[in-house]
Design a binder for this molecule. Sequence first.
Ligand SMILES: [Zn+2]
Ligand SMILES: [Zn+2]
Length: 160
Amino acid sequence: MSAPHEGGCSCEAVRYRLTSDPLFTNCCHCLNCQRQTGSAFVINLLIEADRVELLAGDPQPVDVPRDDGSKQRIYRCPTCQVAVFSEYGRPEVRFVRGGTLDQPSGITPDGHIYTRSKLPWITLPSSAPAFEDYYDSKVLWPPASLERLRTVLAPTSSDA
Ligand SMILES: [Zn+2]
Ligand SMILES: [Zn+2]
């Protein structure tokens, strides 16, 4: 990574820096993501929570219902309410929203997921794999990312 990935909300009360490359970057075309963003898809940079360094502000969690009955925790700027990252169950891994980066063009999705609900006028590039629903990360992720994930999800004394 040539330069740190920095980003933030619209009012600049929340600023963050990613201290390494993400584990993996998903472009999700599911209906939940379409509704949450009001757009065609979301770009999620999956990265260890402790590699998301907050430079300013304190994003507030909002638990948002999903179609399957579960809740997704989305962190928003307390002032302008822009969503900067979210969690899917495990707080050890953040899903940083690619559109909040200062330079979103620096990110290219590693995979497209839930293409079964992809809007029909979007043509996916052939350069990244695409999946009707999800994929097996053990197959798709680089070994170094799988090792990082194992490390961050390893039980510690603070886990019951
Ligand atoms: Zn803000
Ligand atoms: Zn989604």
